[in-house]
Design a protein around this ligand. Structure first.
Ligand SMILES: *Cc1c(COP(=O)(O)O)cnc(C)c1O
Length: 394
């Protein structure tokens, strides 16, 4: 089998061996329902408490403020839908951005259509940054929620969360952040950053799939999302995913412990890759902020070619990457994020996202860039757009 070079860690990550090992006893040995009162279930109940504690610590939160969900999408849905319900007497205006994940955008579009919510989708600058002053200007007496993602999943831009949180709290408005790409990758403190609600998902930080949490600050009046049993302080019913929760706790603790070292490693490989691409491939550009950027994100556009073609050719070499034109593969629309930073359709179509892990080596990076140069050259040789361009510019 050829070597797999997995550069799609923004889509999902490998569940680490340590996490799998920690989870295993909660399938076959301690399988008791945490809600049951006999002694056998105490182990499962305790395991949930421990994981909640581990996660709360990473955020500077209290463990009672962590509510387990089935993942990032559920947490985003919950935060927005339940806030709109609970604060209906105050207003129905929500401020968010054009570059949110679809879990947020499609939820907002649904609420506009079905519940008559008023949503402001803020523009971003050419690097994908939201301006805190734009947030301030968008606030109306009806605004009940500001939701801005912590870090963008496509271009890796890290938003000025603290500044936006300050404005929200100064105006007495709830502040939610989709931190699925940021939790465990960059330092977060919910108090210092004035965050009231925060979404996260285990499978983006070497935990298992299908488990996430919503942090809800104590005192926030938010409705239950799933009605039923009394789990999660009656706010999210359903028998807990005990193995998933255990795995999440371990993944969160590990991510926090190794954060600095991992970031340094990834940044070195990331910047090597970016500078080689920009220097060695003509008509290429970096998407996203060069500095305020997730340590593992490389997102580049190559003019005159299709991202999809690059992906297929990389795939044949055992390289897993992603393109901006089909984040939700199957759609041919260019990425809403790349359009929001002002890329014209042609450039957005030629984009490539490569998201590293701490296991990605400089050799992997060189292998990918060496082949990418060749791939781009070959595709351009077949591109009528490129031929026209060269003729015109000769
Ligand atoms: C992956 C992702 C989600 C969705 O998380 P799931 O656990 O897959 O539902 C939401 N927001 C962002 C920014 C993401 O990267």
């Amino acid at each position: 089998m050829k070597k797999l070079i997995y550069l799609d860690n923004a889509a999902t990550t490998r569940t680490s061996d340590e996490v799998v090992e920690a989870m295993l006893p909660y399938f076959g040995t301690y399988y008791g329902n945490p809600s049951s009162i006999y002694d056998f279930s105490a182990e499962s109940k305790q395991a949930i408490t421990d994981a909640r504690e581990q996660i709360a610590q990473v955020l500077g939160a209290k463990k009672e403020e962590i509510y387990f969900t089935a993942g990032g999408s559920e947490s985003d849905n919950w935060a927005v839908k339940a806030t709109l319900e609970a604060y209906a007497s105050k207003g129905n205006h929500i401020i968010t951005t054009k570059i949110e994940h679809h879990a947020m955008l499609h939820t907002c579009e649904y609420l506009e259509k079905v519940r008559g919510a008023k949503i402001t989708y803020l523009n971003v600058d050419e690097n994908g940054l939201v301006s805190p002053e734009d947030v301030r200007r968008a606030i109306t007496p009806e605004t009940i929620l500001i939701s801005v993602m912590f870090a963008n999943n496509e271009i890796g831009t890290i938003e000025p969360i603290r500044e936006i949180g300050e404005i929200a709290h100064e105006k007495g408005i709830l502040f939610h952040t989709d931190a699925v790409q940021a939790f465990g990758q960059v330092p977060i403190n919910v108090d210092e950053m004035h965050i009231d609600m925060l979404s996260s998902s285990a499978h983006k930080i070497n935990g298992p799939k299908g488990i996430g949490f919503l942090y809800i600050r104590k005192g926030v009046r938010i409705r239950s999302f799933i009605h039923g049993g009394a789990q999660e302080r009656k706010r999210r019913a359903g028998t807990e995913n005990v193995p998933g929760i255990v795995g999440y706790g371990v993944a969160a603790r590990r991510a926090a412990e190794t954060m600095e070292e991992r970031a340094a490693k990834e940044i070195a490989v990331r910047d090597h890759m970016i500078s080689r691409i920009l220097n060695e491939i003509p008509y290429s550009r970096l998407n996203g902020d060069p500095v305020r950027r997730l340590p593992n994100n490389v997102n580049v556009s190559m003019e005159f070619i299709e991202g999809e073609s690059m992906l297929l050719m990389l795939d044949s070499l055992g390289v897993c990457a992603s393109s901006g034109s089909a984040c939700t593969s199957g759609s041919l629309d260019p990425s809403h994020v790349l359009l929001a930073i002002g890329l014209p359709h042609e450039k957005a179509h030629g984009s490539l996202r490569m998201t590293l892990s701490q296991e990605t080596t400089l050799e992997d990076a060189d292998f990918v860039v060496d082949h990418l140069k060749e791939i781009v050259e070959n595709l351009r040789a077949m591109s009528p757009l490129y031929e026209d361009f060269i003729k015109k510019n000769r």
